[in-house]
Design a protein around this ligand. Structure first.
Ligand code: ATP
Ligand code: MG
Length: 567
């Protein structure tokens, strides 16, 4: 028997207008429909309806984690700093970490993720290979002092995550735990009704499927990904690696200098010479841990500083400023070329492959050079894929033009290997009686973010529109207003409740039918049942929230139909 939720007793206040600070659909609608309430930047209160949806997501996640043999635990969010100092993350996280002290002045942090603590737990609890493999998970509150907590619960500073960790003695065991999670995640997102893609999160160069992300395509997403219309290739744009092909430069004449006054930008240069920007080589100067480094990319491409930063991490990457040119006559601003740049490390995009020929700076004010050939006239110290990926770039697998789309990262699976086991000397006694180092995986799902992603993907111009599995109720019964109608509404709600259907009934007195209908659509329960005009005959209107299809049927038929839907 399911409980009947009477709206007259529900703490809810719907809003007609979008909150002033809301930029994204989920933020606007979840606030307007009374699911969540902002407490501080990136910190949210889940109101009764919101808590139901969050619980539904949690239940699906929990069921599928249990199904792959995961054991649920609950670790603290308030953590001592020492394990995070041991791993180096206490510093690496920088401003992202919430830090605090206890009354004795000892340092603590609020957990952003729990690899360190889980490693310690397993070190404590497992001593033999017979104790492994093990998959542990928790559904718990995480804290990250995000630079831009925006988009409502999509990016919180406090948020709910399911994090799990696998512990194995062999690489095969880890691969298996990874595949179990991958399959469980697909089932979870299917059950939630989330349109999703599994994409590679690391560049091919760094090795296969060691890390994949689950992305929910949505315009509000902060990630971009590519997928190939021809083959199964899909990757986060940060992980796309262009496949370089060396060119034959045997017919390219020697380097020739060109007078190109007032052409410090690619645009002015291409205009002046009447060549496409793609024929020129752009050399961006950056500072890597304070040292000036040049980054070469084709003139028509942009450098993705985020990608560059990921490649060079933990080194810090910054743009150069005018001051950095002081005392550096070898660096001629606007006319930098890799030939003759002896004192500067040269990083290039794979498109600047050996044998390719370029127009580029001649390291003299107002002068460029042409026929500058990679590998002949200059050496590349390091090739890194650092350009912003664009639609129609060739697929690294089959060469077809790629599609680029925005998405929300809802999950991430990762083969960690022995990184944390090494840090904490996590060994178990092996079959041969010798200690064996444990190998780990870590796997996350943004539980509260999934609610936002679902809202983004399913809402329409009238409001939220939940898939049944996670909706706060199966049916929203609306009593149009008269006493008889309210009586019928409560009666049908009770019948549905008895049959195990989750019901919400709008029995509010003094609220106009128009407002009730608008609210029902805003709240987004999949079926709306109206006790209106024909209540005296025992006839109600059954409406599908998504399709808008409506029909008049008897109460008995409605109850039978909705109960059958459930089974
Ligand atoms: P992002 O790139 O969006 O900051 P992340 O890669 O740092 O996320 P992970 O460390 O992989 O995130 O965390 C696992 C999951 O937790 C993510 O896939 C995402 O769904 C969720 N998540 C991460 N940060 C937040 C946040 N600030 N608010 C809500 N959910 C989050
Ligand atoms: Mg991630």
């Amino acid at each position: 028997m399911a409980q009947v939720q009477r709206m007259s007793r529900l703490m809810i206040k719907t809003l007609r207008d979008d909150p002033a600070d809301a930029e994204t659909l989920n933020h606007k609608l979840l606030v307007r429909a009374g699911y969540v309430r902002r407490t501080a930047a990136g910190i949210w209160t889940w109101l009764p309806l919101g808590k139901k949806v969050l619980e539904n997501v949690t239940r699906v996640v929990r069921e599928e984690m249990d199904a792959i043999g995961g054991q649920e635990v609950l670790l603290p969010a308030l953590l001592p700093k020492e394990p995070y100092e041991a791993s180096g993350r206490y510093d690496e996280y920088g401003d992202l970490l919430f830090r605090l002290q206890d009354r004795k002045g000892a340092d603590y942090l609020l957990g952003p993720t729990h690899e360190e603590i889980f490693t310690q737990v397993v070190k404590d609890m497992c001593s033999s290979y017979k104790d492994l493999p093990v998959i542990l998970y928790q559904i718990q509150t995480k804290y990250r002092d995000e630079a831009r907590p925006r988009a409502g619960v999509l990016r919180g500073r406090e948020f709910q995550m399911k994090d799990s960790y696998s512990f194995d003695t062999t690489d095969e065991g880890l691969a298996e735990a990874y595949q179990l999670h991958r399959a469980a995640y697909i089932r979870i997102f299917e059950r939630l009704g989330l349109d999703h893609r599994v994409v590679s999160a690391v560049s091919g160069a760094m090795g296969g499927s060691a890390s994949e992300e689950f992305l929910a395509p949505a315009p509000a997403g902060e990630d971009t990904f590519v997928d190939c219309p021809n083959c199964d290739y899909a990757a986060n744009t940060e992980a796309v690696t262009f496949v370089a092909t060396a060119a034959d430069a045997s017919a390219v004449p020697a380097v020739e200098e060109l007078d190109t006054p007032d052409t410090p930008t690619i645009e002015t240069l291409a205009d002046f010479l009447g060549v496409p920007a793609s024929a020129t080589l752009k050399n961006l100067l950056v500072k890597v841990d304070g040292e000036i480094v040049a980054v070469g990319v084709p003139g028509d491409r942009e450098v993705d500083l985020g990608k560059l930063g990921e490649h060079l991490a933990p080194a810090e990457v910054e743009l150069v400023t005018a001051e950095d040119f002081v005392g550096r006559p070898d660096l001629v601003r606007g006319y930098v070329g890799p030939q003759g740049l002896e004192k500067v490390r040269y990083i290039a995009d794979p498109r600047v492959a050996a044998g390719t020929s370029w127009i580029t700076g001649a390291n003299k004010e107002g002068v460029h050079a042409r026929n500058v050939v990679a590998g002949r006239d200059f050496e590349v110290d390091q090739y890194l894929d650092v350009v912003v990926v664009e639609a129609d770039d060739p697929c690294p697998k089959c060469g077809t033009g790629l599609r680029v789309d925005r998405a929300i990262e809802i999950g991430h699976i990762f083969q960690l290997g022995r990184k944390y086991a090494d840090i904490f000397s996590l060994d178990v006694l092996g079959q041969q009686g010798k200690p064996v180092r444990v190998t780990m995986g870590s796997y996350g799902i943004g539980v509260s973010r999934a609610v936002a992603a679902l809202a983004e993907q399913t809402a329409d111009d009238k409001g939220l529109c939940w898939p049944r599995e996670i909706a706060p109720a199966d049916v929203h019964v609306v009593a149009a207003g008269k006493a008889l109608q309210t009586e019928l509404a409560l009666d049908v709600a009770a019948k549905l409740g008895d049959a195990g259907v989750r019901v919400m009934v709008d029995d509010r007195a003094g609220v106009s039918p128009g407002v009730k209908f608008t609210d029902a659509e805003l709240i987004g329960v999949p079926k709306i049942l109206v006790a209106g005009r024909r209540s005296a005959e025992g006839v109600v209107e059954l409406k599908d929230r998504r399709t808008g299809e409506r029909e008049e049927i008897t109460v008995d038929e409605a109850v039978a139909r909705l109960t059958a839907d459930l089974a």
